[in-house]
Design a protein around this ligand. Structure first.
Ligand SMILES: NC(=O)c1ccc[n+]([C@@H]2O[C@H](COP(=O)([O-])OP(=O)(O)OC[C@H]3O[C@@H](n4cnc5c(N)ncnc54)[C@H](O)[C@@H]3O)[C@@H](O)[C@H]2O)c1
Length: 267
């Protein structure tokens, strides 16, 4: 496919949490599709490495170091990106993390932390970016990273799942509010992805090969990057407010369909 079909040539993209894993893969995919990319991360060294790789594709790669969970930092971070790139057309918000623990044992503080690092920050950050996009009057596209846990229940992930479900709802509301301004807002619900935090081992690979994931493998960061690039691109020009599962078919499957064990084969 010609990259011109994507309409991303010369677009200014930002990846919040672009320093590793899905964020790194997304920064590179957007650059290969024609975008200049700002890599925002807490960790300067990570951001610098990814921006360098963006530059090697022939596009501009710049960095902004900052904590997007800190409300007071957000205007500075967004201002610095605008200054370095000359504006913002696309954002992909990767930042998010989960507490893991039984609901009966979870403290309200842990609950609050998951809401803050998965839901609240996107509200604060995306409003700052939308205001900048509206000032320039050229619209834009935002992609948030949710989770399959925001769609289905997941034991020991109650606070995280609730936050991601909230994010999926927020994306719909913002998509509706900002559509008249030409801003599209969508989300991706990753399934099980091999990322630096969820490292891979032979034991894990064997577990997932036997798991109910129809595609019998975990996803790679690039699987998320390709979906994010699609949602940011002109190929998704009439798509807003959706959450796209990127999960190897996991959400499509009825995991206790025992028809093949007890039922009569149809033929
Ligand atoms: N890995 C999976 O299987 C999976 C599944 C479903 C959803 N997700 C979601 O995918 C996203 C990425 O997860 P991951 O494990 O790859 O991320 P990660 O922890 O590797 O973080 C990505 C980058 O974000 C940076 N970062 C973290 N907090 C930041 C902050 N406050 N400000 C700026 N930068 C910050 C980190 O330094 C890192 O470089 C999350 O939203 C997560 O909830 C992951």
């Amino acid at each position: 496919m010609s990259t011109s079909m994507l309409g991303l040539d010369g677009k200014r993209a930002v990846v919040f949490g672009g320093g590793q894993g899905m964020g790194e893969a997304t920064a590179l995919c957007l650059a290969q599709a024609g975008c200049d990319v700002a890599v925002v991360d807490l960790v300067e060294e990570r951001a610098e490495q990814v921006a360098q790789r963006v530059t090697e594709t022939g596009r501009r790669g710049v960095t902004v170091v900052g904590d997007v969970l800190d409300d007071a930092e957000v205007p500075r971070v967004v201002g610095a990106i605008e200054e370095k790139l000359g504006g913002i057309d696309i954002t992909v918000s990767i930042v998010g993390q989960s507490a893991f623990g039984a609901a009966l044992d979870m403290t309200p503080d842990t609950w609050d932390l998951d809401q803050r690092r998965n839901l609240r920050y996107f509200f604060v950050l995306s409003r700052e970016v939308a205001a900048a996009m509206i000032r320039r009057g050229q619209g834009g596209a935002m992609v948030a990273i949710a989770s399959v846990d925001g769609i289905q229940g997941s034991a020991y992930h109650s606070s995280y799942g609730a936050a991601k479900a909230g994010l999926i709802s927020l994306v719909k509301s913002l998509a509706v509010e900002w559509a008249p301004k030409g801003i599209r807002v969508n989300a991706i619900a990753p399934g099980h992805i091999v990322t630096p935090r969820l490292y891979d081992t032979n034991e894990r690979a064997a577990y997932y090969a036997e798991s109910p994931i129809p595609m019998k493998r975990r996803g790679q960061p690039v699987d998320i990057a390709k979906a994010a690039t699609f949602l940011a691109s002109d190929l998704a020009s009439y798509v807003s407010g959706v959450t796209l599962p990127v999960d190897g078919g996991l959400l499509a499957a009825n995991l206790i369909n025992a028809g093949h064990v007890f039922g009569r084969p149809a033929r």
